[in-house]
Write a new protein. Structure first.
Length: 113
């Protein structure tokens, strides 16, 4: 059974920080561009950031300068460091292995005072 396991979500005040993690198997991690998506209530799931097997990154404009995506190939884990969080960042965040099409179960991020 394919597993992408997210962790690190929670409740944080505006301006705060969180770090999300996504752990998976070596085969999935080494064969895929990895990505973070998010889905706010009543909205579509949208791509937030991605990182290629070689480490090239992309972020949506709304998070540039605040979010950083990274991967640790030794630990088969991807991260999303989220700083200067805003209420509009509130969503369920999903880990995605792009070539294989696998998804994690999601982790809730709530930004509220």
């Amino acid at each position: 059974q394919v597993q992408l396991v997210e962790s690190g979500g929670g409740l944080v005040q505006p301006g705060g920080s969180l770090r999300l993690s996504c752990a998976t198997s070596r085969s999935i991690f080494s064969d895929n561009t990895m990505a973070w998506y998010r889905q706010a209530p009543g909205k579509e799931r949208n791509l937030v950031a991605s990182i290629s097997r070689g480490g090239s990154t992309w972020q949506v404009d709304s998070v540039k300068g605040r979010f950083t995506i990274s991967r640790d190939n030794a630990k088969n884990t991807m991260y999303l460091q989220m700083n200067s969080l805003k209420p509009e960042d509130t969503a369920v965040y999903y880990c995605h292995a792009m070539e294989s099409g696998f998804w994690g179960q999601g982790t809730q991020v709530t930004v509220s005072s």
